[in-house]
Design a binder for this molecule. Structure first.
Ligand code: SF4
Ligand code: SF4
Length: 117
């Protein structure tokens, strides 16, 4: 029996956050700014392929209660270009080099970095 498409079993994880690329932190002030982002609930920072991203959890206003887009014909280009075939959101095996879920994660990373230098 063919496997059902992943979206049929998903609650629309790709429609619940946005991620924006940010500058790679270079000094204490930069890390301090990132620390401020991470003090906020629903904000994470990750590094993928050497690029730093700020991720903010916010459900799209067009994701309906059945986890269907009710703005499908006018959905933004980013939604149109997202590849669902091998969606990593449902596998939860993100291939991040670094992933900070809170300011405590960043503090631990900086302490480790300092200890190894
Ligand atoms: S693309 Fe991925 S995260 Fe989005 S609805 Fe489909 S399975 Fe879920
Ligand atoms: S516009 Fe539709 S496809 Fe795009 S994030 Fe919102 S619910 Fe998802």
């Amino acid at each position: 029996m063919p496997k059902p498409p992943p979206c049929a079993q998903c609650d629309g994880k790709c429609c619940r956050h946005i991620a924006l690329q940010i500058d790679e932190p270079e000094d204490t002030d930069d890390f301090n700014d990132i620390r401020w982002y991470l003090c906020h609930r629903g904000v994470q920072v990750f590094v993928e392929d050497g690029k730093w991203y700020l991720q903010m959890y916010a459900r799209c206003r067009y994701l309906d209660e059945n986890f269907i887009c009710n703005n499908y014909n006018k959905r933004p280009n980013l939604c149109r270009s997202y590849k669902t075939g091998n969606c990593e959101a449902t596998r939860l095996d993100f291939d991040y080099e670094l992933h900070f879920k809170s300011d405590a994660d960043l503090d631990a990373y900086l302490a480790k970095k300092k200890g190894s230098s």
